[in-house]
Design a protein around this ligand. Structure first.
Ligand code: CO
Length: 195
């Protein structure tokens, strides 16, 4: 198992609509396993392929660490799509690609998701509350959408400085982040950071 660096806000790969998966080979299975491993190491409950720099419609979810969800098995969703929604609920969200920032987001409470498993068999699953929330967040990632996009303008403006810092590579994290290209970097390696 390999820990993969997490791509953060500012990387183009997080803003692209991902490619549909049409073939599952050993490399893709290994990638899914490494994504689960990376997510667990980062104390995450969901991780989408763009977050590890891959332009693929695949996400992994594991909510079993959360009270009330102990019996849930990890999910690997290929080409997932929300096909039906019910109700609405406000819950606080964060994102491994947007370290330290959290915000309350309103989304449907209950959803039906159509996806394919690792054998490319088509399945439909009903998910609600927290499980439904994580899934919607991850499926958003596969369409280049981040949770901050759901916030009201004023709410998002308050996060602007922190988002810029993340974009410029000026963020610390307990898990490994992909290196921000130096042209975007704004002083992370400055010797003055160490005085
Ligand atoms: Co996220």
């Amino acid at each position: 198992m390999k820990v993969l660096p997490i791509y953060t806000y500012g990387f183009d790969v997080l803003r692209k609509k991902t490619k549909r998966i049409t073939k599952v080979d050993d490399a893709l299975i290994a990638l899914a396993q490494n994504m689960l491993y990376t997510m667990h190491k980062a104390n995450g409950i969901g991780l989408a392929a763009p977050q590890i720099g891959k332009d693929l419609a695949m996400t992994v979810i594991d909510v079993s660490e959360i009270e009330g969800y102990e019996d849930e098995k990890p999910l690997i969703l290929i080409n997932p799509k929300v096909i039906e929604t019910h109700g609405s609920i406000v819950l606080e969200e964060g994102c491994l690609s947007i370290p330290h920032l959290r915000a309350s987001v309103e989304r449907p409470k209950q959803i039906y998701v159509e996806y394919q498993d690792l054998d490319l068999n088509k399945k439909t699953i009903e998910l609600d509350d927290l499980f439904g929330r994580v899934s919607q967040h991850e499926i958003d990632h596969l369409n280049g959408v981040l949770f901050i996009d759901h916030l009201a303008k004023e709410q998002r403006n308050m996060l602007k400085k922190d988002l810029n810092d993340i974009k410029n590579g000026l963020v610390q994290s307990t898990y490994i982040l992909a290196e921000v290209p130096s042209k975007k970097k704004n002083g992370r390696k400055s010797p003055l950071n160490n005085i």
